[in-house]
Design a protein around this ligand. Structure first.
Ligand code: SAM
Ligand code: TMP
Ligand code: ZN
Length: 405
């Protein structure tokens, strides 16, 4: 049992994924000594239902100058965020001098559109390397963590924000109390705080246990977000589902009473209650499915190895750290992982040390099988890798179950 980071209630563990390394720390080969490990386990608060990690990794270990994830690496995500920015410009940023703030703007995948459109904006991005890329794309960025103190400083210097937006970042922040006090300080009276993150409902439905890793501290649901918002004087006024990153919800919260909640909130909440998403039995069932996937995947990889087939990984995702370390999949089962991110190439994967190679290595000589660690980008990747398929290559997927496609 630990204490809930939102309400102080008791958090009951339902899944232990064992000793895990930092998911985005790729050591150089030969320099793997001294890797940081922690216990990756997840539980649910008995009081407010928030699903959260049992152990927290200090934020500076994860987000720093060399944080290797670049959001602009996926064309689908580039389009998703361009559309998002243009939509805010049309609907919320219509006043005389609107102000848009983004938490975790990374390489400017969204803010570049704000800059190009001449909208006053500011990004908070503590990881210096990606923040610099965002600046080169025209974005204004503070290399800082968003929290109460930094948000208050911006409010004093630049006035209130009409929209505070964040994607794939709020679930990374265990200190959500400070963050929400910061939102309260910075947001205009009728402003909205909008963020999107992987949805617990999709994770349970797809058994996508690889969404659980150091950076994903919280797995949100409509119910847990409603409870959280209420504690800080806000109200959940809209939810939208998106297929990106394996299934996400975009949550919109506003000050209590400032906006009328949409029907979508009540509908999705009713759906969660009907399926018992926060019930212990449902989460226990999820945990059992995780063990089954591990057994099936390891059995498949071992039999392919015994048949003399070659297997490469595709996408050195943060998610894949959970899969490879939990299942014990190392270079003896997957000979390398290809990835287009320069900062990950010629390194080895966290914990199990599978070499990471540029995509050219994959294209130069296709393996018999490619284990798709970047399954959330499956459509985009399979479309561009038709030649691999035509050459007789097969994909291995493990979400929602292990299968060869
Ligand atoms: N928004 C981008 C996207 O959706 O692709 C980036 C997501 S990336 C997984 C998470 C980002 O959040 C990292 O660039 C990290 O440095 C940043 N981050 C982590 N904690 C933060 C905080 N407290 N305030 C602002 N950014 C933070
Ligand atoms: P993500 O699932 O967290 O977005 O990470 C995707 C990883 O996969 C990232 O390291 C970039 C890599 N990748 C490729 O190598 N090729 C691709 O076509 C795509 C979309 C991603
Ligand atoms: Zn709680």
């Amino acid at each position: 049992m630990t204490e809930c980071r939102i309400c102080g209630g008791e958090v009951e563990e339902f899944l232990d994924l064992g000793r895990q390394p930092l998911s985005d720390a790729f050591p150089r080969p030969g320099e793997v000594e001294g890797e940081f490990f922690y216990r990756l386990a997840v539980g649910r608060c008995l009081a407010c239902t928030m699903v959260q990690l049992m152990e927290e990794v200090p934020r500076e270990r994860m987000f720093h100058q060399d944080y290797p994830y670049h959001s602009s690496g996926s064309s689908v995500m580039r389009e998703h965020f361009t559309r998002t920015a243009l939509n805010f410009i049309d609907t919320e940023l219509t006043g005389a001098d609107p102000f848009f703030v983004e938490i975790g703007c990374n390489d400017g995948v969204l803010l570049r559109t704000m800059a190009e459109s001449g909208v006053r904006h500011l990004g908070f991005e503590p990881s210096g390397g990606v923040a610099q890329v965002a600046r080169e794309r025209g974005a204004r960025v503070r290399t800082e963590f968003f929290e109460e103190a930094t948000a208050t400083a911006v409010r004093e210097a630049e006035g209130p924000a009409d929209v505070i937006f964040s994607a794939n970042t709020i679930c990374h922040i265990p200190y959500l109390d400070s963050l929400l006090r910061g939102v309260d300080a910075l947001l205009a009276p009728n402003g909205i705080f909008v963020w999107e993150d992987p949805y617990l409902g999709d994770i349970v439905e797809k058994t996508s246990f690889d969404q659980i890793y150091d950076e994903h501290f919280f797995l949100f649901s409509v119910r847990s977000v409603q409870e959280m918002a209420a504690r800080f004087g806000f109200e959940l006024v809209n939810v939208e589902r998106f297929p990106v990153h394996g299934g996400e919800i975009r949550y919109t919260i506003a000050r209590t009473g400032a906006r009328t909640p949409s029907a979508a909130v009540a509908e999705l909440r009713a759906q969660e209650d009907a399926r018992g998403l926060a019930e212990p039995e449902v989460l226990q069932g999820f945990a059992s499915s995780v063990s089954r996937i591990r057994d099936d995947l390891v059995t498949l990889l071992r039999s392919l190895r015994a048949e003399g087939k070659t297997v490469a990984g595709y996408g050195a995702t943060a998610k894949s750290a959970t899969v490879t370390n939990f299942c014990g999949i190392g270079p003896e089962l997957v000979s390398y992982v290809c990835d287009t991110t320069p900062a990950k190439q010629h390194r080895v994967t966290p914990g199990v040390h599978i070499p990471v190679e540029p995509h050219e290595v994959f294209a130069a000589s296709y393996p018999d099988y490619a284990l798709l660690f970047a399954w959330n980008h499956a459509e985009e990747i399979m479309a561009k890798e038709q030649e691999f398929r035509d050459a007789g290559g097969r994909w291995i997927l493990y979400v929602p179950e292990v299968r060869v496609a």
